[in-house]
Ligand binder design. Structure first.
Ligand code: ZN
Length: 253
């Protein structure tokens, strides 16, 4: 425990000394809000085959499988999920002018719900849905209503095919978002990698890029990562507890 306190102190000092912090977040931060993780025990991919569920070729052929899982499972999860202490701490850091961006692999929109403004969603957002034909945009509530009548749900505006604004398997990451994420990583003075095992591209690459560009690197994750050896501090703990300790709430929060 003593050692943990020391690490918390080290990270607190790093945050105090930094003015351009960037956070990189993965599934671990969302898991603390009740969003199931993908891999590992109890993960989504143990129950649903990602090669069908989030494969772009399959989706274009038969979107009903995606939408039935959305209707039966994901919608409720998204509606009930609330940002946790970790999301809130990052929003506080941004409000205090110390954090410039949150780069996330998550598609649940919880950073925005917590009040973060500059959120770079590398894999898009499952809360945003648009029509492939006319471009009209819809919320998850809209589509949940449409699904009560028809699956797949037709665009109310033109009858076209709807899709979530997420990156499916077989699609590349949005170029502009990745470019901005790279720029933020290269220009930060402290990179906080939170709740990611840092193995999936570009998860490993962006924090490494930050470190190579002269930033300090702090990793908060349950379980080791390939970047632990180059990190300035590694905290193996809950993201909520750790961030709450290093970013105390204040009158501004
Ligand atoms: Zn349309």
């Amino acid at each position: 425990m003593r050692e943990m306190d020391d690490r918390i102190k080290i990270l607190s000092d790093m945050i105090a000394a930094s003015s351009r912090i960037v956070a990189f977040t993965g599934a671990g931060i969302s898991a603390e809000s009740g969003i199931p993780t993908y891999r590992g025990e109890g993960g989504m991919w143990n129950r649903y085959d990602p090669n069908i569920y989030v494969n772009i070729d399959y989706f274009m052929r038969d979107p009903s499988y995606y939408w039935s899982l959305f209707h039966d499972v994901r919608y409720d999860v998204l509606r009930k999920a609330r940002p946790n202490a970790a999301h809130a701490a990052l929003a506080r850091l941004e409000k205090r002018g110390k954090l410039t961006a949150v780069i996330t692999q998550n598609i649940d929109g919880l950073h925005q719900l917590a009040g973060s403004r500059n959120v770079l969603e590398l894999h898009g957002s499952t809360r945003k849905i648009y029509c492939l034909n006319c471009g009209a945009r819809y919320t998850i509530d809209d589509v949940h209503e449409l699904l009560k009548k028809s699956n797949p749900p037709p665009c109310p505006n033109c009858g076209g095919m709807l899709r979530p604004d997420v990156v499916f398997f077989g699609e590349s990451l949005p170029e502009d978002t990745l470019a901005r994420a790279t720029e933020e990583s290269e220009n930060c003075d402290l990179m906080l990698a939170i709740g990611s095992s840092l193995v999936v591209y570009p998860a490993a690459w962006l924090p490494q890029r930050a470190k190579e560009s002269g930033a300090r690197l702090a990793i908060i994750n349950r379980g080791s990562t390939p970047l632990d050896s180059i990190a300035d501090v590694v905290i193996s703990a809950s993201a909520g507890e750790a961030l709450n300790a290093v970013v105390p709430g204040g009158p501004d929060s």
